[in-house]
Design a protein around this ligand. Structure first.
Ligand code: GSH
Length: 241
């Protein structure tokens, strides 16, 4: 079930016993991470979408900060996308998303902590009106992205997870999916040269076609509508995009 985005004055839909519930917003990259993991592991769940501008009162009992995603598992509530994804990976061993060797798992976790630097540049570029040239933005992006390029080179596999996506792939993907918004915002593509981040660009294309990713893919044009309403300070039409 994927519902319309619930707003102030709404009631929470009845819970289904023994079914995990994910509180989400269709276009939230952090919630997308958790949706990818639920789908990658084939975990039955339902989704309750939250209107993040006019949040339903009851949602603050789930997450006092009012943010999505949040996961309800019986009486247990887990917040923060990375914690939810790790929780799911531990609880549902099918299709493990980290390597079994502790040192390789740590290597993945360390890489995941570097995603924040990528999302920061993305937010600055797309959601603010900072005056920079495309060349300057490219330089800003290449600094954090180089770590990921180096990791792919070191691993020698199409995905960070090997021959199929693992936790690093799914945690990074939502921003790769939205990367098309950069060209829309700047009115031109970033002037990436052929020898810059070639493995990462190939990874992006391969991920785009991977069934778990393709199943919940949203185009940059749709994301852009959400960005525009954020920049204008208007309420996004979550259910009409
Ligand atoms: N660190 C959190 C970030 C979650 C987050 O910022 N979610 C946004 C939507 S994309 C949100 O709920 N915003 C509403 C708010 O801040 O009130 C995570 O990884 O889950």
């Amino acid at each position: 079930m994927s519902s319309a985005h619930l707003t102030i004055g709404s009631q929470e839909p009845p819970r289904v016993e023994s079914l995990l519930r994910l509180y989400s917003m269709k276009f939230c990259p952090f919630a997308q991470r958790t949706r990818l993991i639920l789908n990658a592991k084939g975990i039955p769940h339902d989704i309750v979408n939250i209107n993040l501008i006019n949040k339903p009162e009851w949602y603050f009992k789930i997450n006092a900060e009012g943010k999505v995603p949040a996961l309800l598992d019986g009486s247990k509530i887990i917040i923060e996308s990375l914690d939810i994804c790790d929780y799911l990976d531990e609880k549902y061993p099918i299709n493990p998303l980290y390597p079994a060797e502790p040192e390789l798992k740590k290597r993945d976790k360390d890489l995941i902590t570097k995603i924040g630097s990528v999302t920061q540049v993305f937010a600055d570029c797309v959601f603010t009106n900072k005056e920079k040239t495309p060349e300057e933005w490219l330089k800003d992006f290449l600094i954090p992205l180089q770590d990921f390029e180096d990791a792919l080179a070191q691993r020698g596999t199409p995905f960070f997870g090997g021959e199929k996506p693992g936790m690093v792939d799914y945690m990074l993907w939502p921003w790769a999916e939205r990367a098309g918004c950069i060209a829309i915002k700047l009115g031109t593509k970033l002037p990436v040269k052929d020898d810059q981040i070639p493995l990462l660009r190939k990874w992006r294309k391969t991920m785009r076609d991977y069934p778990i990713v393709a199943e919940i893919y949203t185009s940059p044009e749709i994301f852009w509508k959400l960005v525009e309403s954020k920049l204008k300070g208007t309420e996004p039409k979550y259910d009409e995009l």
